[in-house]
Write a protein that binds this ligand. Structure first.
Ligand code: NAI
Length: 335
């Protein structure tokens, strides 16, 4: 099976190398088509998102992606946002689960974040009205809100989830977030087997910090989804352990929630768990369930054992030593 691989930058090349090594250890016949994006691609090809990369994903329909840096304030627009728009990867799925052996604020958290991926303030449509006054447009369409709501309810039904909570700020943004909430409610009416409710985003943040176990599937507009994802990552041990998938009708790009972590890049310090869990989502997406289970079992064994842990989880092991430990477990499970 051919898979597009975007190593990205910062810690991206380190975590993708670790994950590719682990996946290859499962014995699956995966063929990687490597492509550069972001600053590296800009230097080499003059664009941040080269057409051959997009073509490769369109052809293979599946990609595994490391994080790509976006310059703050000035410079090129986000490659991550560009990729989601170019391939219409409208749903961002982020399962947030407590993992065995991972020190965290809470145990037994099992949440799924469904984030709209194409609109909202994240569309990045901004202009200077007059010097010193900038307008950023928050785009909301009924079509996109309905599509993401349907995705959330279908996901809930397919995965035995009981409740979908819409998160919004419709008390203030009565039109934009009002449309989002209205669209979710209309879709909810078609799923009488799933409980549906909603929360205002600020109250939601507080409730997640106080009692995260009481939530199930959350569906959010783009910007709130981004922020609440990081908050939820903090509940289960941090950005090093939360996976993600960008899903569209024709393609899927699997990537961790975290960014390129320039503060630890190139030092063999990054935790590859988040990208590995994203790769497990990818294996399930392509129907390789047995390999997904084996990788999960090896990861859980290494985390529970606790001897080999990366620094973010209180250990001293590097990215590659952690990957070695998982590969060793996979080898043991074969014999
Ligand atoms: P970040 O997620 O890169 O880092 C935040 C903090 O978490 C840092 O202290 C970092 O060391 C730590 N961290 C992140 N991933 C880790 C891992 N795997 N193991 C151990 N520690 C980890 O967020 P930040 O600093 O806001 O963004 C850095 C760059 O990444 C920016 O240019 C941003 O635009 C980009 N970014 C890219 C994303 C993507 O490619 N999908 C997603 C989020 C941010």
């Amino acid at each position: 099976m051919k898979i597009t691989l975007i190593p990205g930058d910062g810690i991206g090349p380190e975590v993708t190398a670790a994950v590719v090594r682990i996946l290859e250890r499962t014995g699956l016949a995966l063929e990687w088509e490597r492509h550069e994006a972001g600053a590296v691609a800009l230097e080499r090809y003059g664009v941040t998102l080269p057409e051959p990369l997009l073509e490769s994903i369109r052809r293979n329909k599946v990609a595994l992606k490391g994080p790509v840096t976006t310059p703050v304030g000035t410079g090129f627009t986000s490659v991550n946002v560009g990729l989601r728009k170019a391939l219409d990867l409208f749903a961002n799925l982020r399962p947030v689960r407590s993992l065995p052996g991972v020190p965290a604020r809470y145990e037994h958290v099992d949440l799924v974040i469904v984030r709209e991926n194409t609109e909202d303030l994240y569309a990045g449509i901004e202009h200077e009205v007059v010097p010193g006054v900038v307008e950023s447009l928050k785009i909301t369409t009924a079509a996109s809100c309905t599509r993401i709501a349907r995705f959330a309810f279908d996901y809930a039904r397919a995965h035995g989830r009981r409740r979908v909570t819409a998160v919004h700020k419709a008390n203030i943004m009565k039109m934009g977030d009002g449309l989002f909430l209205d669209s979710v409610r209309k879709v909810a009416a078609e799923y009488p087997d799933i409980v549906s409710d909603d929360r205002i985003v600020d109250a939601m943040c507080m409730q997640l910090v106080l009692d995260p176990q009481k939530f199930d599937v959350l569906v959010l507009p783009n910007l709130f989804g981004d922020i609440v994802s990081d908050l939820c990552a903090g509940l289960v041990g941090g950005l090093g352990v939360v996976p993600g998938a960008n899903l569209g009708s024709d393609a899927a790009v699997f990537e961790a929630v975290h960014g390129s972590a320039p503060d630890i890049a190139g030092r063999d310090l990054a935790n590859p768990t988040a990208l590995l869990l994203s790769a497990v989502l990818m294996l399930r997406h392509i129907g390789e369930h047995a390999a997904a289970e084996r990788v999960m079992a090896a990861l859980s064994a290494v985390l529970t054992d606790g001897q080999v842990r990366t620094r973010d989880l209180g250990g001293t092991a590097g990215t590659s030593a952690f990957a070695d430990a998982i590969c060793a477990r996979l080898a043991r499970s074969e014999s």
